[in-house]
Design a protein around this ligand. Structure first.
Ligand SMILES: [Zn+2]
Length: 135
């Protein structure tokens, strides 16, 4: 692994930006996904184990925060939303919001995986979080 030994570990922000762009947080050259939201088991370029980072529901929560609170909530302040017929307003707002969600989700998931990479949070560490509950 001469490639891995030569490059320096990215900062937290760099790792998140790499993930946001759909790139491997370790090398920034390999693809993060092999399908829409399916994370590559290993980076095709540097061989880093990308699947070890447990994104779980985190990206969905942050996507809901962005779409629901930052995009939908401001829309509710426009009177046309409440005055126009529902048959027109529902598709006119829900379709763009669905598209925005589908566009934002993989980017948020990538940034979240970059965050987990930078913080070295791995799925194999899950027992550390559940140990107290077993006692
Ligand atoms: Zn890589």
């Amino acid at each position: 692994m001469s490639i891995m030994s030569r490059h320096e570990r990215p900062t937290l922000v760099q790792a998140m930006i790499r993930g946001l762009r759909g790139r491997c947080p370790n090398c920034d050259r390999g693809s993060l996904y092999w399908k829409y939201l399916k994370v590559e088991p290993r980076c095709q370029v540097c061989g880093h184990d990308i699947a070890q980072y447990p994104a779980d529901d985190g990206p969905a929560y942050f996507t809901i925060l962005i779409v629901g609170h930052l995009l939908v909530a401001p829309l509710l302040f426009f009177p046309i939303i409440w005055q126009a017929p529902a048959a027109i307003m529902l598709p006119a707002t829900l379709i763009p919001l669905a598209v925005a969600t589908l566009v934002i989700l993989p980017r948020v998931k990538g940034a979240f995986i970059g965050l987990l990479y930078a913080l070295k949070v791995k799925a194999s560490d899950a027992h550390l979080h559940t140990a107290d509950m077993a006692d």
